[in-house]
Design a protein around this ligand. Sequence first.
Ligand SMILES: NC(=O)c1ccc[n+]([C@@H]2O[C@H](COP(=O)([O-])OP(=O)(O)OC[C@H]3O[C@@H](n4cnc5c(N)ncnc54)[C@H](O)[C@@H]3O)[C@@H](O)[C@H]2O)c1
Length: 322
Amino acid sequence: MNSIIIGGAGYIGSHVVFELLNQGHQVTVFDNLSTGSRKNVPASATFIQGDILDEVALQSAYQSSNFDAVFHFAALKAAGDSMIDPGLFAKQNISGSINVLNAMVHNGVKNIIFSSSAAVYGYPKYNPIDEKHPTDPINFYGFTKLEIEKLLKWYSQLKCIRFAALRYFNAAGYDPRGRITELERNCANLLPIVMETAMGLREEVLVFGNDYDTPDGTGVRDYIHVTDLATAHIKAMKYLMIENKDLTVNLGTGIGYSVLEMITLAKDITKRKIPFEITDRRPGDSAELIATSKIANQILNWEPEYSELETILQSMWKVYNN
Ligand SMILES: NC(=O)c1ccc[n+]([C@@H]2O[C@H](COP(=O)([O-])OP(=O)(O)OC[C@H]3O[C@@H](n4cnc5c(N)ncnc54)[C@H](O)[C@@H]3O)[C@@H](O)[C@H]2O)c1
């Protein structure tokens, strides 16, 4: 298959690029390098530097080859920032995705694999969360992802675009084969912050609240290895091509770990000090967010292989420690 990977120089996108190439697919990466790195893109992929808000650049990228599928990773993802600057998030995430879809229609590309998020659900009414759980985002970032999912449904109905909306829980870890060595830039996620603290690049990890209704009072999340996400993307692409049906699925492990558990295990693995400070809860955080990925398992025959916590943390430490 021949695919264009929008945002393919970033953290998750680059892992998908390597897996696609590994399986013999043809790959073009389109990225503005705002948070991604050129070094994440292997020589065997074509690279086009461009922005999804630039419709002309996007059109010409689509016209550079006959693509079977689009993988769309390009977005702003810090939920906290989205509450401060919703206009920026609306433009980058929603308008950018409209451009991606319109260029597909214009150039006859029929399949899109879209990076959605657990943030579409909002506060969990039950755990583990399945795809039937109500979608009621509590931050603007989650709202943008849900709006894009709605756009995908309309483009499917009106323009015969087939889509896979993959709702990731917490992406973590690095390529077990060590092919990706660039650190995530300005990342607000827990594990990169834990790693940066172990490296001495930060003084401490801020733990937002220890009075949640969880075993140790800190927030519990479901961490999925980025290579497992990559495998799911390729299975989703094949599903769209073969079944010609749309797909919306969770991607997680079904197991939750608390912030303090993560810090303790990271200390063991890195053999470094990881100071932390308990501070106030953040608005919009919930006690526990855990996925059930039964549908991905049944429909895509997908199962996490690398998502044990030790594997996640060891693969991260290898990259950060270098
Ligand atoms: N990391 C997670 O835990 C997580 C969880 C759920 C969903 N997601 C979603 O997955 C996707 C990828 O996340 P990531 O962690 O790899 O982030 P990332 O920031 O590492 O990757 C995003 C990539 O898109 C590029 N990009 C951003 N804006 C662009 C634009 N306007 N035009 C062209 N390229 C642009 C960036 O340079 C970067 O290479 C995002 O859509 C994010 O919302 C991530």
